[in-house]
Design a protein around this ligand. Structure first.
Ligand SMILES: Cc1cc2nc3c(=O)[nH]c(=O)nc-3n(C[C@H](O)[C@H](O)[C@H](O)COP(=O)(O)OP(=O)(O)OC[C@H]3O[C@@H](n4cnc5c(N)ncnc54)[C@H](O)[C@@H]3O)c2cc1C
Length: 452
């Protein structure tokens, strides 16, 4: 594993940070994706005794477009791991959108009616989730987090003084705070314990992804340009393609499908795969030889992972149980906003907990930490969630794709305020060398451009 220039946080007991951090209690983080690892690292930097439970063995892949945006990298810089992630990944610098407007006719006719649009973005990075998630989890371990893996965990009960968590390694333990970072599919509580009510139940498109191996990509001569995030937008939804370090292509899509025959077990999955195929083949990115080879690989060799319906949102906190990342609500990723939200929410909840434990939040007159977190999370999730949700919802409609294609081909600069806005996130104080552990926590809501 490559560490960043700053090196891993030291575990030396004589390290200055041990003496300047205050004790902010015992915290359990359930889930070791980007959100969970970022939260655990930040909490450890702030002085908490942290245990992270991850049910899967790493490295593992998961459904994802594998692009991390500039704001996500800036948040990782604040916990010292941003540079090592940049070194592991491939820079992403522009979005290449194919807005499909052809209707009816032969595929060749539809191809002629479709042309790509190039939109520069603030630089992010692309890397596989197996590498990213392993790297972030190891970083958390180096920060002093007790990582239990593979080890699922669930909340069994909660009272005003703490939360009880039962893990697969046996027994239950009491924690002062439990951070839920279980993503889209994780079960985090036993019945009757610590409910976080839905504000929007899961609905909308389903996610799917696969990796096209480098030898097949080379045989097909399907090569992306340096820095390219390719996006194919059509009636079925959108499919993204990005080149990973090592040369494999990550193909990930969010598609709206109705299973054609609910009696067939695989009908739903087949319908999703067919939608991805049609999104990729109805653009002009591939010639007919490449399309045939891709179709053949889909039929014979592709290994797909899928998700349930993606769009959802829940109350992000209740007492001493708080949710972050996808577990709290889904942000549609265009250039890396999903993981960015996860990482930012992980840092923000840790900072808020440190402030709460220091007794400096009494002026708010709200004793419930979960309610504080819900208010904070809503405040900084809303802008990107709305922006990305609006764009991805809008491009499903043919007139909107037609307008987007025509407008952006003539005046690409129209997209600049939008792409710059995606790269803006909360400003986080660096906790890699903690000199002032609580300084400027309250500034977390100030916004800044990461490249400024
Ligand atoms: C098609 C598609 C494409 C996407 N493309 C991008 C993209 O290009 N860029 C981007 O930024 N985002 C993208 N996203 C979104 C991104 O994948 C998520 O936002 C991100 O993974 C959320 O991180 P997380 O840490 O909240 O959850 P996850 O990454 O899902 O991690 C949750 C972890 O919790 C563990 N877990 C679950 N339950 C338990 C339990 N009870 N006990 C212990 N462990 C548990 C799981 O094993 C898992 O490792 C995409 C999503 C989809 C569906």
């Amino acid at each position: 594993m490559a560490w960043g220039h700053s090196g891993p946080p030291s575990n030396d007991p004589t390290d200055e940070r041990k003496t300047v951090c205050q004790d902010i209690g015992r915290v359990a983080v359930i889930g070791g994706g980007p959100a969970g690892s970022a939260a655990a690292t930040r909490l450890a930097h702030r002085g908490a005794e942290v245990t992270l439970f991850e049910r899967a063995e790493f490295p593992r892949e998961k459904v994802c477009g594998c692009c991390l945006g500039a704001a996500g990298l800036a948040a990782l810089d604040a916990i010292g791991v941003g540079q090592s992630v940049r070194e592991l990944g491939q820079p992403t610098t522009f979005f290449h959108g194919y807005f499909q407007t052809g209707r009816g006719g032969t595929r060749e006719e539809r191809i002629h009616s479709t042309r790509g649009v190039r939109i520069p973005i603030v630089q992010g990075t692309a890397l596989s989730r197996s590498q990213l998630d392993l790297n972030l989890l190891r970083w958390a371990e180096q920060a002093g987090v007790n990582v239990q893996q593979p080890c699922g965990a669930t909340i069994v009960s909660q009272d005003p003084s703490g939360v009880w968590v039962e893990s697969e390694s046996g027994g239950s333990q009491r924690y002062d705070l439990v951070v839920i970072a279980t993503g889209l599919t994780g079960k985090f509580r036993q019945s009757g314990a610590a409910e976080l009510a839905w504000k929007q139940t899961p609905h909308g498109p389903m996610g799917i992804s696969t990796h096209l191996p480098r030898p097949i990509a080379e045989e097909m001569a399907w090569q992306l340009e340096d820095g390219e995030i390719q996006m194919h937008c059509g009636e079925e939804g959108y499919a993204g393609v990005v080149q990973l370090p090592g040369g494999d292509l990550d193909i990930a899509a969010a598609v709206h499908v109705r299973p054609r025959n609910s009696k067939e077990d695989h009908a739903g999955k087949r319908a999703i795969e067919a939608a991805v195929e049609s999104l990729l083949l109805n653009s002009n990115a591939l010639n007919s030889r490449q399309s045939d080879r891709l179709r053949q690989w889909f039929a014979e060799g592709a290994s797909w992972q899928t998700t349930p319906a993606l769009r959802r949102k829940r109350v992000a906190g209740n007492g001493r149980v708080v949710a972050i990342g996808d577990a709290a609500g889904y942000v549609e990723p265009l250039t890396g906003e999903g993981m960015t939200w996860g990482i930012e929410s992980g840092l923000a909840v840790a900072d808020l907990w440190a402030l709460y434990q220091s007794g400096r939040m009494t002026a708010d007159k709200e004793p419930d930490f979960g309610a504080h977190w819900h208010a904070r999370a809503t405040k900084f999730q809303t802008r990107r969630r709305r922006l990305c949700g609006w764009v991805t919802g809008w491009v499903r409609y043919r007139p909107a794709r037609w307008l987007a294609r025509g407008g952006l081909q003539r005046a690409g600069w129209l997209a600049a305020p939008f792409t710059r806005s995606l790269a803006i996130g909360p400003r986080f104080e660096s906790t890699t060398t903690l000199q002032r552990p609580l300084a400027s926590i309250a500034d977390a809501s100030h916004r800044t451009h990461p490249s400024s």
